[in-house]
Design a protein around this ligand. Sequence first.
Ligand code: CU
Length: 602
Amino acid sequence: MRLSLPLLALACLAPAALARTVRVHLDVSLGTLWSDGTPQVHSALVNGTSPGPALRFQLGDFILVNVTNSLEYANTTIHWHGLSMMLTPLVDGVPLVTQWPIAPNRWFEYGFKAEQVGTYWYHSHVGLQVMSAHGAFIIEDPDDPYADEYCQDVPLMVGDTFHRPQEKILAGLYGEPFQWIGTAKALTINGKMIGGVCNETEAAAQEVSCADRPADGPAEEQPHVIHLDYEQTARLRWIGAQALMYQTIGVMNHSMKLIAADGTYIKPMEISAVEIAGGQRYDTLLTGKSEDEVKTDGLSGCYFIRSESRWRESSAASAHLWTGLLAYPSCDIAKALSSLSAATSEKILSDAVPKFGWLTAEFEPLEGAKQEDTFPSDAEVTRRVYIDAQQIPAGPSGKGSRWANNGVVYAEESNALQNATTDTPYLIQIFKGEAEAPSYSRAMDPNQGPSGYDPVSKTWVAKAGEVIDIVIINNASATGHQVEVHPWHRHGDKHWTLASGPGIFSDAALAEARASGFKKPIARDTSVIYAGPGATINPGELLPSNSSGGWLVMRTKVQSADLGAFLLHCHIAPHSAMGMSMTWAMDVDELRTSQAMKAYSE
Ligand SMILES: [Cu+2]
C-alpha cells in the first residue's frame, strides 16, 4: 500500500521538455455522424471521427502535419486555431489567402513550431467543414503554474448538431431565397450527448434510415464520461467547436476554477458554469468532492454535465441538454444514463437571462505567469479602424443574404465547392509582387475610402510595429433588424480585448467601459461582441436598421515576427461562410522584400 503514493506522484510529473520533431497524419473524409441519435450524412471527419484525434505537443516541438483530402465533393485545408504562425504564414490553412486549397485525393504538408503553450484546436477552413472536421490541439507548458494541482487533463470539444448535410446547409445559405441553418437540434460534448433519439423524418430527408445506425455501437453513441477519483483535480479544457450556439456549461453540484482563456493564463475565478462561444477556449480546474460529500449529495456519485444555449433562443427543449457525465468510483454509469431523460426546457444554470459580456470585463492576466506579450499602452496606438458588421440582402432578387464588413462581403464560395482553383492566394500574390496584391499605399490613400482598406485587393493592410484599435460595430441586420452575438477570431496573432459595451460606440462609452472593467486586458484570439438593446434575446425590442446593438475594441499589435495574410472573422460558421470575414495583410512591403521572401522568389 505504501508504494502507491510515490507512484502516483510520479504519474503527475510533466515529462521533461526536449526539442523534438513530431509527425502527424490527418485525413479528412466523409462519414455519417449519429451524435444525438439522428444521422448527419456527409459530415467532414478527421481520421474517421468527429472530433478528430486530440493532438498534444511540447513547447518547442517542430510539428509536421501531412493532411490528405479524402473528401469526394470538396477541397479542404486545416487551420491551427489560435497559433501565431510565427514566421510560417504559408501554413495558416486558409484557402486562397495563405494557400491553394487541397483538392480531393491530394495532400498538403503543414510545418510549424509549437511557440505558445495552452489550449488550441485545429479545424478545416473550407465551407462548413469546421462543423465536424476539428480536434483539440494542446501545447503543454513546461512551467505550468498549476502542474502540481491536477493529474488528469481532459479536452472537451463543445459542439452542436443540425441534421442536414453540410453542403446542403451551405447551398441554403447562398440560396435565393436565403435559407438559414436554423437553431441547433442538440448540443454536444466531444460529439456526444445523453438520451438522443433518432428522428425518422430527418433521417429519411437525408436518404438514410434510423435502422442504418451501426449495431455494434460506435463510440459516438456514448456520452463523454469524466472519471474522477475522490478529492482529485481534473483540468478541463473547454474548446468552442460549435458552429453556432453560444453555450453555458456546468457540472451539477460542482464549481470550477477558471484559469485560462484562449491559451492565456488569467487571474483565477471561481465559476459555477463556463460561457463559451465558437472559437473560444477556457481551461478550468475541477476539484473532486470527498467520499463523504458525495454520499451526502445522494446522487450515487454521478454528476451530469449540462449544456444550455444562451443569446440565441430555441423553442425546442433540445437546446437545454445533459451532455456528459462526471463519474466518481461509486457511480453506476449505465444505471445513471438509463434513468435520465435528455431534454428539459428549464434553464437551470446561472444567468438564465444572459449577462452582457459574462465575466470578461473582470478578466486579468495571471500575475507572475510567463505570458507571450505585454499589453500595448494607449500611447502606443497608431490608429483606429472601424468595422461596421451587418447582415444585408443579396443577389439579383434581393432575397439572398450575406454579411458585410464596411459593405465588403468576403467570398470563399467561388472555390469552396470546386475541386481545383486557378486563383492565386493573397500571400503568394504578395510574394510575387503582383499589381493586384494588397498595397499599403493604396490602403492609406484617403481618397480610397475608409482608412486602412485597399479596395483593389479587398484587404485591410497594416505595417509592422503598428498598434491598431479595431472597433467592431454590431449593427442591426438590414433584413431582420435583429442584433446577434458574434465571436470575432483573429488569425496570425492574439489581440487584446480592450473593452466592449452595449449600444452606440463613442469615446465616452469606451472610457466608461474601461473605468468600470477591463482594467488589465488579456491577450486572446477570439473575443465576443455582445448585443445590447434589440438583440435576439429581446425579440420584441428590435432596433432600426443601422443602429448598433453593441461594440468591441480589439487592440492588435502587428509584430514583425507575425507577418502574413490573416483573416479576422466571425467564428459562427454560417456567418463566416456568408462573408463575415476580412483579410488583413500584415506588412506586405516587408514580406515582399525580406530575406525569406527573396529566397522564395529566387
Ligand atoms: Cu457572426
